[in-house]
Design a protein around this ligand. Structure first.
Ligand SMILES: [Zn+2]
Length: 1094
C-alpha cells in the first residue's frame, strides 16, 4: 500500500509515447517479491498495456506474460527436484577472477558470491573515494538492467522528490536538450526506460538486450542524475507555475506533476492506498506524500528544490546496480567515468567529496499503544460508496527480519488473500457487504513492513464497522485452529513456484531483483539478503512438518495482538470537487489581488516566454549528442520462434514451441467460440471468469482453487478476439477462449486433468458465487474508467470500425459495464435464465472443432507426450446443437456506426480520443506507416498535448491489422484544445521535413518496439496467435524491411490519410461534467452518457 500504483509507469514501459517517468509501482510486485494481481487498480494498470500495444485483441490480459487476473493466479509445485536442480548450473557468462580487496576502476571488491537462488553471480563493490556502492550481478539473461537509486526522504508533501525525478530527465551536462529521455524513447532498443519515486527512494532504471544500446542508456541516465541542468523553468514546467494569457484573463496552475497528481487523486483507490500508508507512519517520512499533494505542490520553492538535489543526489548517497550478461569491467569502467567527473567538479567548486549520508536515513516509527481510526472525504457523485482498509505496522524492520519469518509472512499473505478461496478474502466477499477486496496485503518495501486489507463499494459507515469485524473475526478463527493443511500447502507451493519460476512478465527480471534488493540495501544492509529463499523455505517446510503452528503464531503476534493498527475510511463527498476547485480559485484570486498591473504584465510575459521555450526545437548539434545506434547496427531479420506442428487436423491442432523453460510446462488450450450466438456475446466475458471459479461437479470452487494451487503453477482464462491478416483490414474474425496453465514437468498430467474436468463437468448452479464474480468484475471495470480512461476511450472508438473490436468492447468496455450492472439485477430477478445462458455459452465453446493446443517447454517428450492423447480425446467432439431463435453467430452481421460520444464521470481530468479507419479511406498500411505514426506520437503530439497542453500524455495508435488509427490523450485538462491539436496533425505531417538522422532514429524506435523482449511462455503464446491469424514470418519480415527502408514520403502519405480522419473521424471523450458541457457545442456529441446512469 505504500505506493500509489500509477498507470503512468506501466503505460510508459509498454508504450513509448507517454512520459515513462513515474513514481509508480508495478501492480504485479508491490512487495518486490511475488507477482501480485489482487488489487483492482493494479489490474487496471495492466489493462493499459493491452490498450497500448496489443489493442483489443486481448481482453483484460497483458500479452507479455503478466497474469491479468487476480483470481486465476493460483500456482504451486512440489516438484522441487526439477526446479532446484536446474538452478545449480553456474552462468555461462564469464566473471573476471578477482579477490575481495582488489581495486578496479576505483572500486574495491567487498563481497563475491554465487547465489543459486537467483542463478546469479553477485559482487558488491565500493568506490574508494566517494563511498558509492555498486552491485554487479552476472546472469544468463540478455535483458541487461541498470539502475541508480538514491535515498530521498521528503520532509513534506510538496512533491519535491517526484518533481525532481521528472526534472533531472530534462537535460544534462553532456546532453543539453529539452528531454534526452524522450530522445531515447524515440531511438533506442530499450526494453525498459523509466523512473520511479517511492516514499523513501528514487530509482532510475533502464534495460536493453543490445550491449551498445544498453550503455547508451546508462550514459544518458548517469549524466542526468549527477549533472542535470536544473533551472527555475524546469521546475515550472515539471512542477508548477501560474499561467496567465492576458492581463484580464483567468489565472491557472499548470505543471506536469501537478496535473499528474490531480489525476492520481481522482482515483479513490489511489487515495485510499496513500492514506493507508501515511496514517501508519505519522511521525516519519512515510507520513508524507512523496508524489506531491496537488494542494501543496504550488508551495514548493526553487530553493527547496535545489537543496533537495544537492543533499540527496550525491554519489555517496547513490546505489548502482548492474545485471545481465555484459562484461563486469565495462560496468565498472562506465560508472567510474562519471564518478571521476563528479570528483573533478566538486574539487573545482571547492566542495567536499562526500556528504553525510546519515542525514537521509529513514527513522523508525514509534509503535502505537492503541489502535486508531481515521476518515477522509473523497470526490464522488451522490451514488458514491465507502471504501475502507484495516492496516497494521508489523514488528521489526526489513533489515532485522530473519528470512524464515519473511518466507512465513509471504506464505501467510497468500494464504489469507491470494486467491478467491483464501479465507480472509472469501469471508469478506461472502459477507456481501461490498464490491471487491482491496489493499495490497503484505508490503515489504518500506523500512517497517505493513499489512493492509480492505474493501470498496461499502454502503455506509456501519458497513465499514462490519467489514472490520469480519477481518478480526476471520483472523481469530484462523489463529484458533481453522487453518487446514490443504490450505497451507496450497499457499506454500504457490509461493515456492513463483519464486523459482521468477516470471516477471514484461518487466525485466534484473529490475525486479534490484527492487527486492533495495528493501535492505537502501537501509545500509546486505543487498543480497532478500534474494535468497531456498534455504529459509525448506526450513519453514520442516517446521510445518514438525507440527509447529507457525501461521497461528504469526496471525496473533503481527495482526490480532498488534495495537499498531489504523482503520482508514474514505467517505463519498459530492461537494468535494466543488470545494477543491473553489480552494484553487481562491488561492489564485488571492495571488492576483496581491499583484499590480506591472506584475500581471510580467506574469503574462513569463507565460509566453515559457511557452516559447517549450516550442523552440532543440538545436540539431545538441540533439546529435544523444548517443544512438545506426540502422546499420540493427538486426535485419525478424526474430522468429521455433514452432513444431505436432498435429494438424480439422479438429484439434497441436503446437509445440521448444524453448528453454527450466523444467516448466506452459500449456495454452484454445477453444473456438465462433458458433456463439449474438445474444450470448456479453456473457462471454463473465463466463470466462466464472469457468474456473464456480467449481466442478466433483469439487466446489474452494477445493478446486486449492487443488490448482497445490498441483499446478496456475490456470487463467483469456478471451481472444482478433481478425485474420488481410490487405484491406477486413479479415475474418478469429475467436478463441484460452485456458492458459503452467506446471512443473511431473505435474503436467495434473494440470491437463484439471483443465479436462473444468471443461467436461462445469457447474452453473451457484447463484451467490456468480453474484460475487459479477460484482468483482463490475468494480474492477469501474475503477479502470478513471485510472485507464484512455483505454476505455480507445475501445469505444475502435468498436465503431471493426466487428472484432466491437466484440471486444461488448466483452470489456462500457457496454460490458452496462451489461454487468443489469446482470446483477437479473441474477436476483431471473436466475434461471442467467444460469441457462451460461450453460449455453459453455455448450457453444467447448468442442474440439477448431481448437488449438499449444505447449511451450523444453521437456515435451517427458512431460506432455504421455498425457496428450488422453487429454485431446477428453474434449467433447462437437458442440452441442443450439436451440432458440438467436442462432446467428456474432461475427456475421453487426452494424457499426461512427459517432461522437461523451461519458461523464466524477473526474478532475479528461481522456480525449479521435479516430477513424485508414483502410476505409483508401490508404495502404505498411511498416513505414507505423514509423510515421510513432514519430507523430513522440514528436508533435507529445509536445502539443503534453508539454504545452499540460496533459500527462498525448499519443496515437495505429493497428495495422484493422487499419484503425486513434489519437488519444491521458489525464488531460483540456478537451477542445486537444481535438484542435489532433486536427492540425495532418498538416504537420505533410509539411514535415526530417534529416536522415531523424528518420533513422524513428526506424530504431520502431524496430525496438517490434523486438520487444519476451519470456518463453509469451514467445510461445504469441507465436500461437500468429499461427491462428495468418501472420507469417514472411509477412513480418516484409514489414520489418518496410520500416528499415522508410523515407520522408511515408510521413507525407500518412498525413494525407489523416486529413480524411480529420474530416470524417469520430470523437470519444471521457471526463468531468463541466469539461464535457463546455465542449458540447463544438463536438456535437451524438450521445452523452453518465457513468452513474449506465
Ligand atoms: Zn510522474
Amino acid at each position: 500500500m505504500a505506493f500509489v500504483s500509477l498507470p503512468g509507469l506501466i503505460y510508459r514501459a509498454s508504450t513509448p509515447a507517454v512520459r515513462v517517468s513515474d513514481r509508480a509501482r508495478l501492480g504485479w510486485s508491490r512487495s518486490a517479491w511475488l507477482p501480485r494481481w489482487r488489487q483492482s487498480f493494479s489490474r487496471s494498470s495492466r489493462l493499459e498495456v493491452n490498450g497500448g500495444r496489443r489493442r483489443s485483441a486481448f481482453r483484460n490480459q497483458q500479452p507479455n506474460g503478466g497474469d491479468g487476473l487476480r483470481r486465476v493466479m493460483s500456482s504451486a509445485s512440489a516438484s522441487s527436484g526439477t526446479a532446484a536442480g536446474a538452478m545449480q548450473s553456474p552462468v555461462s557468462v564469464s566473471v573476471p577472477e578477482r579477490r575481495v580487496g582488489d581495486v578496479v576502476h576505483g572500486f574495491r571488491l567487498e563481497r563475491d558470491e554465487w547465489l543459486p537462488d537467483v542463478r546469479s553471480h553477485v559482487r558488491l563493490y565500493r568506490h574508494q573515494q566517494l563511498g558509492t556502492e555498486l552491485v554487479s550481478v552476472t546472469a544468463d539473461d540478455e535483458n541487461k538492467t541498470f539502475g541508480v537509486a538514491f535515498r530521498t526522504p521528503p520532509s513534506d508533501s510538496r512533491g519535491v522528490a517526484h518533481i525532481l525525478e521528472h526534472s533531472v530527465l530534462c537535460g544534462s551536462r553532456k546532453y543539453p536538450v529539452k528531454e534526452p529521455f524522450v530522445e531515447l524513447l524515440k531511438a533506442s532498443l530499450n526494453t525498459f526506460l523509466n523512473a520511479m519515486t517511492f516514499p523513501d527512494k528514487t530509482c532510475y532504471p533502464v534495460a536493453s538486450t543490445n550491449v551498445a544500446d544498453f550503455y547508451n542508456l546508462v550514459d544518458v541516465y548517469m549524466d542526468a542524475v549527477f549533472f542535470p541542468r536544473l533551472t527555475p523553468d524546469v521546475l515550472a514546467q515539471e512542477g508548477h507555475h501560474v499561467e496567465l494569457d492576458d492581463v484580464h484573463g483567468e489565472m491557472s496552475f499548470k505543471g506536469v506533476v501537478y496535473n499528474e497528481m490531480k489525476g492520481v487523486y481522482s482515483s479513490p483507490e489511489s487515495v485510499l492506498m496513500t492514506r493507508s500508508q501515511q496514517v501508519l507512519f505519522p511521525d516519519t517520512v512515510y507520513g508524507h506524500e512523496s508524489g506531491g499533494d496537488p494542494g501543496e505542490i504550488p508551495d514548493l520553492t526553487w530553493e527547496q528544490f535545489q537543496q533537495f538535489h544537492e543533499r540527496f543526489y550525491h554519489p555517496s548517497n547513490a546505489r548502482l546496480w548492474f545485471y545481465g550478461d555484459d562484461p563486469e569491467d565495462m560496468r565498472l569502467g562506465k560508472a567510474s567515468e562519471f564518478l571521476d567527473d563528479y570528483i573533478a567538479m566538486r574539487q573545482r567548486q571547492g566542495k567536499s567529496l562526500t556528504v553525510d549520508v546519515s542525514a537521509s536515513r529513514i527513522p523508525l516509527q514509534p509503535r502505537f499503544s492503541a489502535p486508531r481510526a481515521v476518515e477522509f472525504p473523497y470526490d464522488a457523485d451522490d451514488k458514491g460508496k465507502y471504501l475502507a482498509t484495516v492496516n497494521w505496522m508489523l514488528h521489526g524492520t526489513t533489515t532485522e527480519v530473519d528470512l524464515e519469518r519473511m518466507m512465513a509472512l509471504l506464505v501467510l499473505d497468500h494464504l489469507l488473500l491470494g486467491t478467491s478461496a483464501s479465507p480472509l478474502r472469501k469471508a469478506l466477499i461472502d459477507a456481501d457487504i461490498g464490491e471487491d477486496v482491496l489493499g495490497p496485503g503484505l508490503e515489504t518495501e518500506l523500512l517497517q513492513m505493513t499489512y493492509s486489507v480492505g474493501m470498496k463499494g461499502l454502503a455506509s459507515a456501519a458497513t465499514v464497522d462490519r467489514m472490520e469485524q469480519i477481518v478480526h473475526g476471520t483472523l481469530r478463527s484462523l489463529a484458533e485452529g481453522a487453518l487446514t493443511e490443504d490450505l497451507v500447502l496450497s499457499s506454500l507451493n504457490t509461493v515456492e513456484f513463483r519464486l523459482r519460476e521468477n516470471n516477471t512478465g514484461a518487466f525485466p527480471k534484473g529490475l525486479a531483483l534490484m527492487l527486492r534488493s533495495l528493501s535492505t540495501w537502501l537501509h545500509d544492509d546486505d543487498p543480497t539478503k532478500l534474494l535468497r529463499f531456498e534455504r529459509p523455505l525448506q526450513a519453514l517446510r520442516q517446521r510445518l512438518q514438525a507440527g509447529e503452528d507457525v501461521f497461528q503464531q504469526l496471525i496473533r503476534r503481527e495482526l490480532l495482538d498488534n495495537p499498531h493498527r489504523v482503520r482508514v475510511t474514505l467517505r463519498p463527498d459530492p461537494e468535494m470537487a466543488k470545494r477543491m476547485r473553489a480552494a484553487e480559485r481562491a488561492r489564485l484570486d488571492a495571488l492576483r489581488a496581491k499583484m499590480g498591473e506591472p506584475e500581471l504584465q510580467s506574469l503574462v510575459q513569463d507565460t509566453q516566454r515559457l511557452r516559447a521555450k517549450q516550442e523552440a526545437p532543440d538545436p540539431p548539434e545538441a540533439l546529435a549528442k544523444i548517443p544512438v545506434l545506426h540502422v546499420a547496427d540493427l538486426e535485419p531479420r525478424v526474430k522468429t520462434v521455433p514452432r513444431k506442428v505436432i498435429r494438424e487436423h480439422a479438429d484439434v491442432q497441436v503446437l509445440w514451441h521448444p524453448l528453454a523453460t527450466n523444467g516448466v510446462v506452459y500449456a495454452d488450450v484454445g477453444l473456438d467460440w465462433s458458433r456463439l450466438p449474438a445474444d450470448l456475446l456479453p456473457f462471454m466475458g463473465i463466463y470466462a471468469e466464472a469457468l474456473l471459479e464456480m467449481g466442478t461437479q466433483r469439487q466446489d470452487y474452494v477445493s478446486l482453487q486449492r487443488r490448482i494451487g497445490r498441483y499446478t503453477g496456475g490456470i487463467r482464462p483469456v478471451v481472444y478476439v482478433s481478425q485474420q491478416v488481410d490487405e484491406r483490414g477486413r479479415g475474418a474474425v478469429v475467436q478463441r477462449l484460452f485456458l492458459r496453465g503452467k506446471a512443473m514437468v511431473n505435474q503436467t498430467g495434473d494440470l491437463l486433468q484439471i483443465v479436462s474436468e473444468v471443461l467436461n463437468e462445469p457447474r452453473w448452479d451457484n447463484r451467490e458465487r456468480l453474484r460475487q464474480l459479477v460484482m468483482e468484475e463490475k468494480a474492477g471495470l469501474e475503477a479502470r474508467l478513471v485510472t485507464s480512461g484512455h483505454v476505455v476511450v480507445a475501445n469505444r472508438l475502435r468498436a465503431q470500425y471493426r466487428v472484432s473490436d466491437w466484440m471486444s468492447e461488448q466483452m470489456g468496455g462500457i457496454s460490458y459495464l452496462r451489461f454487468l450492472r443489469q446482470l446483477l439485477q437479473r441474477i436476483d430477478s431471473d436466475w434461471e435464465s442467467v444460469a441457462s445462458a451460461l450453460a449455453r455459452v459453455h455448450q457453444c465453446v467447448v468442442t474440439r472443432q477448431g481448437a488449438v493446443v499449444n505447449f511451450t517447454t523444453d521437456v515435451y517428450d517427458e512431460a506432455v507426450k504421455p498425457h496428450l492423447n488422453e487429454f485431446l480425446s477428453s474434449i467433447p467432439a462437437a458442440a452441442a446443437s443450439m436451440d432458440g431463435p438467436a442462432d446467428t453467430p456474432v461475427g456475421a452481421a453487426t452494424p457499426l456506426h461512427a459517432r461522437n460520444e461523451a461519458l461523464v464521470l466524477p473526474a478532475q481530468v479528461n481522456y480525449v480520443g479521435k479516430g477513424g479507419n485508414l483502410y476505409d479511406v483508401g490508404y495502404s498500411i505498411t511498416g513505414a506507416s507505423l514509423l510515421a505514426a510513432k514519430h507523430l506520437g513522440n514528436g508533435y503530439l507529445w509536445e502539443n498535448v503534453r508539454v504545452k497542453g499540460g496533459a500527462y500524455g498525448g499519443f496515437c495508435r495505429l493497428d495495422p491489422r484493422t487499419g484503425t488509427f486513434l489519437y488519444l490523450s491521458y489525464r488531460d485538462p483540456n478537451v477542445d484544445k486537444t481535438i484542435e491539436v489532433y486536427d492540425q496533425a495532418p498538416a504537420h505531417l505533410q509539411q514535415l521535413s526530417l534529416s536522415r538522422e531523424e528518420v533513422e532514429k524513428a526506424i530504431i524506435g520502431v524496430i525496438g518496439d517490434m523486438d520487444t523482449y519476451q519470456l518463453p511462455d509469451v514467445k510461445g503464446y504469441s507465436s500461437t496467435l500468429r499461427y491462428l491469424t495468418g501472420e507469417t514470418d514472411e509477412l513480418r519480415q516484409q514489414r520489418r524491411e518496410q520500416v528499415l527502408s522508410a523515407r520522408m514520403e511515408d510521413f507525407q502519405k500518412l498525413g494525407e490519410a489523416l486529413e480524411e480522419i480529420r474530416k470524417r473521424g469520430s470523437v470519444v471523450v471521457l471526463g468531468g461534467g463541466d469539461a464535457i458541457e463546455k465542449s458540447r457545442q463544438r463536438l456535437q456529441y451524438d450521445e452523452v452518457m453518465k457513468f452513474s446512469e449506465l
